[in-house]
Design a protein around this ligand. Structure first.
Ligand code: SF4
Ligand code: SF4
Length: 606
């Protein structure tokens, strides 16, 4: 049989108090809910209580309950307790009901639990959850014998609605004792509530969170939408151009305020999810680089130096909006005087980056790690001359030999000897320029790739040429290491060479740098540059436009695919093309292959 739970429903200005209705709703969940309603408006209120969960309502409509404090109600409930033995009397934690509960407990020795945040029955035993002593929550049990009293915390339960439910009404026939009418209420003063009430608790929580937000890691909730909106949609492989190299006073970034606002916004937007660390090849191979720490390092540098940057006495510094006020702890003092590059962010971390951009690709909030890393490298290389020793020979070789090694660039076309590959100087009308790159020209394994590409182009009867010694290193390694000066030197020379053959696809460029028109007397003949090297591809296609060199650049694999679509339009032509390639690759000449004794290789159709 269900436990019977009594609830004394308080009246406020003739209406049931919300706190009592919350308790009534919980009582209905626990068992059979029986309400007691006392006071001049009790008869009016009683029929409505079924809709809040009451199965039965005891009613005593008498104005004495309104006029006297607690004792008449204690008498009435005591009388009821003599006739019935409910399992529990539940009361909302209000001033008057606390008083009533204490008196009933003394009178009947019932067992009283206050501050209940939740309660439930486990068998016959009542388990009550009570916040206790600050951080602790305890569970209190009320043994099964007799009626217990539980005072519940405000807002612990919601008001339950039982539409259409009607409660059984029992009107009490009780004569109230004159002795109980001791503490008469002579006046009521309603004090207006100032400030937010508990009803507005959610508003308080939201505003408290908003105040906490700028100083917490949750700041990304505000910064992320802007960071994603302002994401850079330029090709990701293109590093930003450093303009006016000859006239600049600073090179690269050593202090947070030298970053752009967007680069600084990145720090605020970081969710600290760590995805970038997970994909970073440097982190994964034990190098001292964690891309997330680079982003957070920039933010930290900004925060600890915020007062210096914004000024000691500005409003922003005083309220700490830009970050934690500096110099308040010994650690902050130390951090404050640490440089960003080489202090908060170690130079070893900066040099460990391969600029692969896996971190940028994976970042869910469009943070750009690599431009920041390269900006700080630029400072180290161009202002401090502080870079790993191995890099010195690379820079020297690129500068002197126009390739990364101690190899004379005059031998750049040696790999092609015997293949019948013309130089651009010999075939200036070539439709296609094969940009071989330093690796294809000098590295033993990559020379095989260059040779294979050249053979395919010849087999496809493409009118192509290479630059040979006129081709210089694109400057890509120098730029990624931070030597923007050397990159621009290489880039300008290569652009001049390409433009002298009329390769530019546009004449005029918005950034004010030299364009194809700079080469007097050379007609512009937009043609294709193909390359096997991904670094050369990215640099010529995505970065040379920053200096006025805009070209049609395709990877050799894409070009070969095009030729399938454009020229070998019929299946027959495609088969012929494949046969020629197969023939040449087998070391035979085409005439021999065309003889009747030639047998096609497998997979070329019938
Ligand atoms: S670009 Fe640098 S930091 Fe980013 S994943 Fe690659 S190696 Fe790591
Ligand atoms: S992936 Fe982006 S958001 Fe996540 S930690 Fe790295 S930089 Fe921050």
């Amino acid at each position: 049989m269900a436990n019977t739970i009594w609830v004394l429903v308080e009246l406020e200005q003739g209406q049931p108090a919300r706190s009592s209705l919350e308790v009534l709703g919980k009582a209905a969940q626990l068992g059979r809910a029986e309400a007691i309603v006392l006071g001049s408006a009790a008869a009016t209120v009683a029929p409505t209580l079924g809709e809040y969960g009451a199965d039965k309502v005891y009613v005593h409509a008498d104005a004495i309950y309104d006029q006297y404090l607690t004792l008449p109600a204690v008498d009435t409930i005591s009388e009821l307790l003599k006739q019935h033995q409910p399992r529990l009397l539940m009361l909302a934690y209000t001033y008057e009901l606390r008083d009533l509960a204490a008196r009933l407990n003394v009178r009947h020795n019932m067992g009283l639990i206050t501050d209940a945040a939740d309660l439930h029955f486990e068998g016959e035993t009542l388990q009550v959850t009570v916040p206790w002593g600050g951080q602790n929550v305890v569970t209190v049990t009320l043994p099964s014998a007799g009626t217990g009293i539980v005072l519940t915390l405000p807002k612990a339960f919601a008001v339950e609605h039982h539409a259409g439910k009607a409660a059984e009404i029992e009107t009490l026939n009780i004569t109230l004792r004159a002795e109980a009418q001791k503490m008469k209420i002579v006046d009521r003063i309603e004090l207006p509530i100032e400030g937010p009430s508990l009803e507005d608790a959610s508003v308080i929580v939201v505003f408290a969170f908003l105040s906490y937000l700028p100083r917490s890691k949750h700041l990304h909730l505000m910064a992320t939408p802007f960071n994603v909106f302002f994401e850079n949609y330029a090709p990701k492989g293109a590093l930003p151009l450093m303009e006016n190299l000859e006239e600049r006073e600073d090179y690269g970034v050593s202090k947070p305020e030298q970053f752009t606002w967007k680069q600084l916004l990145d720090g605020y937007a970081c969710t600290e999810c760590g995805r970038c660390n997970i994909v970073c090849p440097a982190s994964n191979t034990g190098k001292p680089l964690f891309p997330k720490e680079i982003i957070l390092g920039v933010k930290e540098a900004l925060f600890v130096q915020s007062r210096e940057i914004l000024g000691e006495n500005t409003l922003w510094s005083k309220i700490g909006v830009a970050g934690l006020p500096a110099d308040e702890t010994a650690e902050e003092k130390k951090a404050h005087h640490e440089p960003m590059v080489g202090g908060i962010i170690s130079t070893d971390a900066l040099w460990a980056c391969t600029t692969c951009q896996a971190c940028m690709e994976i970042c869910p909030v469009a943070i750009e790690h690599v431009p920041k890393i390269v900006d700080m490298r630029r400072h180290l290389v161009m202002e401090e001359s502080d870079f790993p020793q191995e890099v010195t020979s690379l820079f020297n070789n690129i500068e002197r030999n126009f390739n990364p090694w101690e190899i004379n660039n005059d031998t750049r076309a040696a790999w092609a000897s015997g293949l019948g590959v013309p130089l651009m100087s010999e075939n200036p009308d070539a439709e296609v320029l094969y940009w071989v790159g330093c690796m294809g020209s000098f590295d033993q394994r990559n020379k095989q790739v260059a040779t294979a590409v050249a053979k395919i182009l010849k087999a496809a009867e493409v009118n192509f040429a290479i630059l040979g010694p006129e081709e210089w290193c694109t400057g890509d390694p120098a730029r990624r290491i931070g030597n923007e000066y050397l990159w621009q030197m290489m880039a300008q020379q290569n652009i001049e060479t390409l433009n002298s053959y009329g390769f530019n696809t546009t004449v005029d460029h918005s950034n004010g740098h030299a364009s194809a028109s700079a080469v007097a007397g050379v007609a512009m003949k937009p043609r294709t540059i193909i390359t096997a090297c991904p670094h050369c591809f990215n640099t010529i296609k995505n970065e040379y436009p920053q200096l006025g060199g805009t070209y049609e650049v395709v990877h050799h694999t894409v070009f070969i695919e095009w030729r399938h679509g454009d020229e070998a339009q019929s299946q027959q032509e495609l088969l012929l093309w494949r046969r020629r390639w197969s023939c040449l690759d087998g070391g035979k000449d085409w005439q021999t292959c065309q003889s009747s004794s030639y047998k096609r290789g497998p997979g070329y159709g019938s």
